[in-house]
Design a protein around this ligand. Sequence first.
Ligand SMILES: [Zn+2]
Length: 243
Amino acid sequence: MGWLTDWRRRRVLRRHRLDEALWPRLPFLPRSSQAARKLKDLALLFLAEKQLTSVRGLQLTDAMRVSIAAQACLPILELGLDWYSGWTGVVVYPGDFRVRRTEVDEDGVVHEWDDELAGEAMPGGPVVLSWDATANDPYMNVVIHEFAHKLDMLDGVADGRPPLHPGMDARAWQKAFDKAYEGLCDAVERGRDTWLDPYASEHPSEFFAVISEAFFEDPKETRRRYPDVYDQLKLFYRQDPVG
Ligand SMILES: [Zn+2]
């Protein structure tokens, strides 16, 4: 981004301070004071540049805004806010929401159905979140999940591979992710219990979003079970949450 954005961001950081009492007590947020400071600054900029709105009568409090911002900014802590450029909206529903899906099959027949969702990331559009899932679902981190989709979509397709940094090896990425994804799909097909949410077997893009949640929330176990994927995520996010 250009000098104007830099100037605006410096001004936001000079003029605003995050109320420490609002900072969420989430065990996976960085504990080192330097990283925590950096995340707080980033969250402040996120709140200045993104538009958080609530629907269906949900009252969005400052604490809720800060919680969403903190979790959304964790994946881009070492990448920067420009990785979320090109869109501004974050829409928060009180609970899961229904969306109408339409698909036209090979015979030209239109199929329509309703999906019940905890979150959605629209290409070039807003991120939609269920507050109930954000605050209460112990099995998923819907914020990290949807924002990981946003990173994945940056190169135009949600295929489980975000734009990699110069020096990263696309083949090594693909090899690590293909093996992990196929292994999970196989286990799910056989009806086995899986450590990773079986939803990750729906599509490579879901695998990337779900394993990104695990990378930040349970990095040790992610590294133990998926060492090659962990290494690639470490290079991409430029963070090593195991420390
Ligand atoms: Zn998803």
